[in-house]
Design a protein around this ligand. Sequence first.
Ligand SMILES: NC(=O)C1=CN([C@@H]2O[C@H](COP(=O)(O)OP(=O)(O)OC[C@H]3O[C@@H](n4cnc5c(N)ncnc54)[C@H](OP(=O)(O)O)[C@@H]3O)[C@@H](O)[C@H]2O)C=CC1
Ligand SMILES: CC(=O)N[C@@H](CCC(=O)OP(=O)(O)O)C(=O)O
Length: 304
Amino acid sequence: MAPTIFIDGEAGTTGLGIRERLRDLPVTVLSIDPDRRKDREARLALMRAADLVVLCLPDAASVEASAMAASIEGAEQPRLLDASSAHRVSPDWVYGFPELAAAQPALIAEAARVSNPGCYATGAIALLAPLVASGIIPPATPLTINAISGYSGGGKSMIADHEADGGPAFHLYALGLEHKHIPEIVARSGLTTRPIFVPSVGHFAQGMIVSIPLHLAALPGRPTPQLLHETLAAHYAGSAHVSVLPGRPEERLTGEELAGSDRLELRVHGNARLGQAVLTARLDNLGKGASGAAIQNIRLMLSL
Ligand SMILES: NC(=O)C1=CN([C@@H]2O[C@H](COP(=O)(O)OP(=O)(O)OC[C@H]3O[C@@H](n4cnc5c(N)ncnc54)[C@H](OP(=O)(O)O)[C@@H]3O)[C@@H](O)[C@H]2O)C=CC1
Ligand SMILES: CC(=O)N[C@@H](CCC(=O)OP(=O)(O)O)C(=O)O
């Protein structure tokens, strides 16, 4: 029998993206009556009937929904995949980033609770984790992470704002330096010093670039841009979703290029003579940054 999935928050931006991608998989999606989508009893009934519940809700609603699922006793208790940022550094949840380490896919496949990575965090961690693990970037290195996202990153309300009146062409935000992805980036990259994270939104719907400037001359052994590229290329060799591409000086990187895809592109743009580099990650915030990553995790969790 095909496994059953209930997407709590199916009508939202991430929920819709997952619903769309599930059409190609041998699963039965249990949909809630739209008028009862926030009704506790209706949601509990579908949670009981599902093998896997995918939470596509704001953080507080996600915490509440996880508690609801945990209150179900016995064999009816479903497994959970959470797209929100509520559980990404929680020890009781497995981090749903299959490319992070060789053991990660098996951990995800067996887990009762999996937390989907954040969109910006996906780009930052994909760049940093292999370089920290290999010793090229010492964990205590002070880093700055810049990023630009399409406006769909802000969910239904930001989409409505941009599509109604045009919205600003570009704005920085989270200037209190406490963006919700920072703890996840620190924990999952293996850093010990909190980076400064400067996100921004552009007036385009989907797509994202995360960029990390590096003073290579200040790192131990003054690593070359070539060594960084080779380290990332070795880590992601054979990956279906992550590619490590040459960083070309003449290139104009645009955020929208991967809109609609579930891929993640990593580059090292460097100048060996100056001892400087900029690492970049390009992805669709709704693809590898959300729904595409969720599908990777669903496939692993349900052996599809
Ligand atoms: N957009 C993105 O790029 C990404 C988003 N995420 C995360 O995914 C989660 C969902 O975000 P996103 O899809 O963008 O948000 P949206 O605002 O587009 O969708 C959220 C959905 O949840 C519903 N909802 C809210 N509260 C409840 C509740 N108590 N019970 C049931 N349904 C509820 C909303 O219904 P209604 O509108 O009627 O209130 C809406 O349909 C968030 O945690 C977000 O951080 C993760 C990665 C990327
Ligand atoms: C543009 C914008 O507002 N983006 C959102 C992050 C979107 C997202 O992906 O949030 P999670 O992955 O953490 O669930 C923000 O900065 O809060």
